[in-house]
Ligand binder design. Structure first.
Ligand code: XBP
Ligand code: MG
Length: 241
């Protein structure tokens, strides 16, 4: 009879997390379900510029394969055969409008942390573990989200915060995770990455770290082969201590 392969239970996630020296969090989709607000903010910028573009959820889901907002705009523009040219400055201006509107949306308080996130951050701090962020989005967007969710002094709890524009290549390249490891002076195997997308999983895995995936709105059906564990959200860890 063939042995059944069992998926790791949340208790394995608790063990994995408990023995890590540092927990490294992705932001979008992992700490909070921000991607829908990013989508609305991109559409706002397109209206402001009179472009006649609109990214519905299906289109956006597909475009999320391209990490980074400026890169995503450029990739979409390239799919429009006869579109007027869009310069790097034009893209940067669109992205500035998008970013300002995204911050306004976040400041309404409509985007709380996902279930189990605040509890995990508090438990990790109580255990003396270090916290870090490895994200594709910008420092401004991280600050907008975490000031709202954790208070203005949130950054004091994190030993490294590395954003997309701090590194040469965005996820799925490992640059952002390698930069976090360099700042923490740790090896990947000492840490756990917490991610919500295939691109994030690949990025962290290439930097040599085990990855715990939490499924999010747009990446729910991504291929997470290679993840240490896949959870619906981090609150699943709480019942298995
Ligand atoms: C998140 C992203 C980001 C956001 C938009 O990826 O790809 O581009 O969608 O942010 P991850 P910006 O969660 O894997 O880090 O517009 O600021 O780039
Ligand atoms: Mg993400």
């Amino acid at each position: 009879m063939q042995a059944e392969t069992l998926a790791p239970a949340p208790a394995d996630g608790v063990k994995l997390i408990g023995r890590a020296k540092a927990l490294i969090f992705d932001v979008d989709g992992t700490l909070a379900e921000t991607e829908e607000l990013h989508r609305q903010a991109f559409n706002h910028a397109f209206v402001c510029h009179g472009l006649g573009w609109h990214w519905d959820r299906a289109v956006y889901k597909n475009l999320l394969r391209v990490t980074g907002g400026k890169e995503r705009i450029r990739a979409y523009h390239a799919t429009l055969g006869a579109a007027p040219p869009l310069s790097d400055d034009g893209i940067a201006e669109l992205h500035r409008i998008k970013t300002a509107y995204y911050a306004e949306l976040i400041e309404t308080g409509c985007c709380p942390l996902r279930p189990g996130v605040a509890e995990l951050l508090a438990a990790a701090r109580a255990r003396g573990q270090r916290l870090a962020i490895a994200t594709t989005t910008s420092h401004g967007n991280i600050d907008a989200l975490l000031s709202q969710a954790l208070g203005a002094r949130w950054a004091g709890d994190f030993d490294a915060v590395v954003a997309g524009d701090d590194v040469r290549h965005k996820k799925p390249a490992p640059d952002v995770y390698f930069e976090v490891l360099a700042r923490l002076k740790l090896d990947g195997s000492d840490c756990v990455a917490i991610e919500d997308s295939r691109n994030g999983l690949v990025s962290a895995s290439r930097a040599g770290m085990p990855v715990l995936v939490v499924r999010s709105m747009f990446f729910r059906d991504d291929d997470f082969a290679g993840a240490h564990m896949v959870l619906d959200d981090l609150s699943e860890l709480e019942g298995s201590k």
